[in-house]
Design a protein around this ligand. Structure first.
Ligand code: HT9
Ligand code: FE2
Length: 367
């Protein structure tokens, strides 16, 4: 077997959000996340409680460790001997520390995989700003940070899609047989301010458009497997911010109540907006939304997130090979599903703008 050619890259960097590891971490973590973002104190206290309910530890770091281990195995099995690093926006290991380590190891150019798969300021440009800030900090230490490229966002890559299709089929199978065939597929993602969606991607509304496209694709794939065309919706969880600022709706709990009142018999929650079972999934869905379902007497199951599904892990390798080919003028094949084009490699200027005012970024035309 010949290993795929990934020149000009000499490393991969997993870029993620970070989360607290123990109760003492919760408040400083929340301060990191919300610095300068105008989140009301009550909302912060409430979110702090979600973390304390789970022992002050977010699941996200362990999930990233598991993903890293799976990714290293996947690369090794493909004959690729490429170091994989990990850095976060909001918690240890911080991006600046990781980039300094990469610089000391002699890494010159790295491909970055964000654990956020849709276009929006929070999910894309904000990470690009974090990379710029971390690179500047490395330079201040007298080190030369690697050149960084962001791998395209994989919401419509078949590896991510198929993991979600199988998870949806499994969650349907957990419903009582009498209600299974008529069950509603309720796709859930993180709410964002409507202004953030309006300005997402090069043409606006990329966040909602991408979610609708992948949800419809999953519905069609489920139909291919079961012969049933389930009705579906895209709804939101984890609304934050001050009450007068509009965020995307409906909220998943309100939506379940509305479905019940409309006479729907059952639903599957598909957390399509999340790549692993982080706090939004285990609190907002498994704790809160499933309690709502119980209260209204509706059978509801929750589909698994992509997590370490081998097809999602292999997606990273595929995107790395794809981007390496694009950067060196070789033939590029971009696997996509759902009828939308692959997200651009390099973000155009003003893509997913920072509505608070521009900050330095990497990985785009305005870098
Ligand atoms: C689009 C999006 C994603 C998906 C893309 C991605 O993955 O990046 C995401 C992920 C995550 N968000 C997370 C946690 C939090 N997000 C917050 C606040 C906010 N999120 C926003 C958006 C998003 N967030 C926004 C517009 C805000 C308002 C403040 C601001 O404009 O920045 C707050 C503050 C409290 C609150 O207000 O809820 C917390 C604690 C965690 C960690 C979970 C864990 O620990 O398992 C993860 C993976
Ligand atoms: Fe968030």
């Amino acid at each position: 077997m010949t290993a795929p050619d990934v020149a000009p890259y000499d490393a991969l960097l997993l870029v993620s959000f970070g989360g607290p590891e123990k109760p003492e971490d919760v408040v400083p973590f929340l301060e990191n996340v919300t610095r300068g973002r105008g989140i009301p104190r009550e909302r912060l206290e409430e979110v702090g409680e979600h973390y304390f309910l789970f022992g002050g530890k977010s699941p996200i770091n362990d999930q990233n460790r598991a993903f890293l281990a799976a990714l290293r195995e996947d690369l090794a099995a493909a004959g690729l001997d490429l170091p994989v690093y990990w850095g976060n926006r909001n918690w240890d290991p911080y991006l600046a520390d990781t980039l300094a380590e990469m610089a000391r190891d002699g890494v010159r150019r790295a491909a970055c995989f964000f654990t956020s798969v849709y276009s929006s300021y929070s999910g894309c440009r904000q990470y690009r700003e974090n990379l710029a800030e971390a690179s500047a900090a490395v330079r201040e230490q007298g080190l030369e940070p690697p050149v960084l490229d962001r791998l395209r966002l994989p919401y419509n890559h078949p590896g991510f899609a198929e993991a979600n299709v199988d998870a949806t089929l499994a969650a349907l199978a957990e419903l009582p047989t009498e209600v299974r065939d008529g069950a509603r597929l309720v796709f859930v993602t993180h709410s964002i301010p409507t202004a953030m969606d309006e300005s997402a991607g090069p043409d606006g509304h990329a966040y909602t458009r991408q979610h609708h496209a992948i949800a419809e694709h999953v519905v069609l794939r489920v139909q291919e497997e079961t012969g049933r065309r389930h009705r579906h919706d895209v709804v939101f969880c984890s609304r934050s911010g001050p009450p007068h600022v509009p965020w995307l709706e409906p909220d998943v709990n309100d939506h379940l109540r509305a479905l019940q009142q409309a006479g729907e018999g059952a639903a599957v929650l598909v957390p399509i907006g999340f790549v692993s079972d982080h706090m939004e999934v285990i609190y907002d869905l498994d704790t809160e939304a499933l309690a709502t379902a119980e209260e209204i007497g509706m059978p509801v199951t929750r589909a698994a997130t992509a997590g370490v599904d081998p097809r999602f892990v292999a997606t990273v390798r595929d995107l790395l090979v794809e981007r390496a080919a694009a950067e060196t003028g070789r033939d590029v094949s971009r696997a996509t599903v759902g009828g939308q084009r692959a997200v651009h490699d390099r973000c155009p200027a003003h893509c997913c703008p920072n509505l608070r005012g521009p900050l330095p970024t990497l990985c785009g035309a305005d870098a």
